[in-house]
Structures are given as C-alpha cells and as structure tokens.
Ligand binder design. Structure first.
Ligand code: ATP
Ligand code: MG
Length: 391
C-alpha cells in the first residue's frame, strides 16, 4: 500500500498537439512546484496525474497544499494505492473509514466505486455494497446515507486500485507557460496582485514592475512588494520583479506640470516604462489592477488617457469588479494581509488634493512636452534592479 496524491485537471478543451503541450507543461510545473518536498515520481495516466513519493520522509502535506496553487489543477486527493485485489480493497476501505471517523467525527457515509478495469471480476455496485457492509459491521457508529452523507468513500479500480475520501479543490485555469507572457504593474495595494493572479490563472507567465520613490517611500514599502511577489510566485511559478526608481520623474512632474495633472502624468510614465520593459523581456501585454471609477485616476476619461500612453494591449481583469469582490479574492489567494500593511505607495506621496477626473489628452500631451521624458525613462530603466523570485 502506498500513500500517493491524485491530481485531476478536468476536461481539456484543446485538442491534438495543444492538448499534449498543455499536459506536458502541467507535469513540468508540478515537478518544479513540489521538488523541494522530496523525491517523487510524477506519472501521467489516462487523464490523471499521480504523484508517488519515493521516500518515507517525503513532506506529503506540504506537497498536497502546494499543488492546490498550481494552475491547471482542478482538485487533488490524498489516496491509498493498492493492488486490484478484492480483499485488499475491502480492508483498505475499512482502514480509510476508520481514520475519517476518528479524525473528523463523521457519522454517515456512502461508497462510490468506479471500475475502469473490466477484468476485475466484480461490478461497481456490488463492490460498493461489499465495502459498505465491511465498514458497517466494523464501525457501529457509522450508518449509510445515500443522499447527504458526511463523507463519500471512493474506490477506483484500474490497473491498480485507489481508495480515498477527500477531494481538495484547486483553482483550475491553465498551466503557466501555455499562454504567453505579460508584465504586471505591481503596487503594494490590494488590486494589482489580484489582477496578476487572474491573468496568470489563464496560463500566462508574469513579470512584474514596481515603481518606488526612495527616499519618499521607505525600504519597508519595497520589502512589502517583494513579499507580495513571493506570494504570487507560488501561483505564477516564477516572477522577475523589476524595481524601478521613480522619484526623479515624480519630482520633475511636480515641478513642471499643473498639480491636478500629476497623477495622470505619473500613470502614463509608468505605462511607458512598463511597455519598454515588456518589450525587452518578450512580453506581449501589460496588466494593471484598475477598475472603472475606483479613484480619480480610474474614471473613464483617465483610463482613456492612461491607455493612450502605450500601444501594447493593457489587460485590466478587475475593470468591472467592486472593491469587496477584489478583497474576497485577495483573501483567498493570501495577498490581502500583506497588501493592507500601512506602508506608503509612491502614488500617495505626491498626490494632489484635487486631481483632475476628466483629463483631456491634448492638454496632458502638452504638459508632457515640458518634461524630458525620454531621457528620464532611459535613466529609470538603466537604474532598474531585477529580482528573480521563484515560487
Ligand atoms: P492597487 O491596490 O493595485 O495599488 P489602487 O486602487 O491603489 O490599486 P492606483 O494607485 O490608481 O489604484 O493604481 C492603479 C494601478 O496602477 C495599480 O493597480 C497598479 O497596477 C498600477 N500601479 C500603481 N502604483 C504602482 C506602483 N508603485 N508600481 C507599479 N504599479 C503601480
Ligand atoms: Mg495603489
């Protein structure tokens, strides 16, 4: 008997070559995600993936929980793998049921059997009945409830057989690395990590760009963003975090342009720099955490003017979401507690009391001409620090 992890990746809509590309990428992402927990075989078979630890000291629970963060995985189960032998199946079913009753206090159950191996001499309903009877006669506290049981004991008879009860959901999506690459504008706030997570979930590789305004923003504000990138990297597999010094650009804008345009000019400079970085790293799109109407810089007019700063597509997955919907995801993916740490962001440092909510592109372009933006951007990029962050 071996304790292994069963990985389900659900239905795949892609066909032919794409399908095997998807599956191969998923297997290689799984191997990479769990290599730190010990030696294990990762085996693909009949639309499933099995992770089989090769040593006793394998960190099984850590691997299980890490796998729920690998995009493309629909669910995982800790499973006992045994020979397809009737007596062994019945004994193992009883052992699993005993364990669940002791640890969870469950009182009702049912058995569900799937028989993929037609050579096995007993049909599924009969095997379910026999396993149920074995459990009932040994655990008097338990009774059968076919409609609303506390747990379902699953038996799968294939070449080997598998017995389990627990199904832990993953996030689905597509394996990272199967859908190109994009650059996320990552602030220390709640929104942008969620935006990056949502796009990465569709299989997109992510690099991140963060603008900081030292000494107006502290070293700890930067650390916070690095921490956020580390949390995200568990899902995105790997993130190159580009940390761009932004103080000089902000001071110039503050110095030479109308106060109420400051935020929008800053946002455009961020977009331009991010686009440059994206092009140099082979990314094809930008991602921001903007949502319509959330703040002055995210009115329809502001978004239009910000968008016009670049020619690359900008993905804004939160565009139609309310803050509480974003917070819900941030909590679920574990970025929320870090995002709400109270370190100042560069946007809050030079912010005007009454920023324009209806910027006009021609006026903004005129203001931009007062800046030596090309040279400032060049310098910021030259002084950018790149951190390689693995999940
Ligand atoms: P967030 O919660 O993501 O910080 P926000 O609601 O505070 O968003 P803004 O400050 O207007 O909104 O920023 C809008 C978007 O611009 C952010 O979601 C992020 O993608 C990008 N952005 C803002 N500040 C920075 C920064 N310092 N570095 C990188 N990107 C930034
Ligand atoms: Mg912000």
């Amino acid at each position: 008997m071996k304790k292994i992890i069963l990985v389900r990746y659900g239905e795949i809509m892609l066909k032919g070559l794409n399908r095997s590309h998807f599956e191969n990428k998923l297997v290689s992402n799984i191997k990479k995600a769990i290599q730190q927990y010990g030696n294990a075989d990762v085996i693909r078979s009949q639309g499933r993936i099995y992770v089989e630890p090769l040593s006793d000291d394998y960190d099984f629970d850590a691997a299980l929980s890490r796998l729920t963060k690998v995009f493309g995985i629909v669910s995982v189960s800790p499973v006992l793998k045994i020979e397809s032998d009737l007596e062994e199946i019945l004994n193992t079913s009883l052992a699993v049921a005993k364990d669940v009753v002791e640890n969870k206090g469950f009182r009702t159950f049912k058995v569900e059997t799937k028989r993929g191996n037609k050579n096995f001499p007993m049909q599924s309903p009969e095997l379910s009945r026999k396993a149920g009877a074995r459990i009932l006669s040994n655990i008097p506290r338990l009774s059968v409830d076919v409609h609303n049981p506390d747990f379902i004991l699953y038996i799968e008879v294939r070449e080997s057989s598998y017995v389990y009860w627990e199904i832990i959901p993953g996030y689905g999506g597509m394996p990272v690395g199967t859908n190109g690459k994009a650059v996320l504008l990552l602030s220390g706030g709640i929104d942008s990590p969620v935006a990056g997570w949502m796009v990465s979930k569709r299989g997109v590789e992510i690099d991140a760009v963060h603008f900081y305004s030292y000494p107006y923003t502290s070293e700890r504000a930067k650390e916070k963003v690095i921490d956020l990138a580390k949390i995200l990297a568990q899902y995105c597999m790997h993130i190159n975090l580009h940390i761009v010094p932004f103080t000089e650009i902000q001071l110039e804008i503050n110095d030479k342009c109308p106060q109420d345009q400051g935020t929008i000019l800053m946002r455009r400079a961020m977009m331009k720099i991010s686009e440059r970085i994206a092009k140099s790293t082979g990314a094809q799109a930008l991602i921001t955490g903007e949502s319509i109407g959330q703040v002055a810089s995210q009115t329809m007019e502001s978004l239009v003017v910000t968008n016009a700063a670049v020619s690359m597509p900008v993905f804004r997955p939160l565009i139609g979401m309310d803050k509480n919907e974003v917070v819900e995801i941030a909590r679920k993916i574990d970025t929320y507690e870090t995002s709400i740490l109270p370190y100042e962001d560069c946007c809050t440092v030079f912010v005007a009391k009454h920023p324009t909510t209806k910027p006009q592109l021609n006026k903004i372009l005129l203001s931009e001409q007062r800046l030596d933006l090309d040279q400032l951007i060049e310098k910021a990029i030259a002084n950018t620090e790149v951190l390689s962050i693995s999940g």
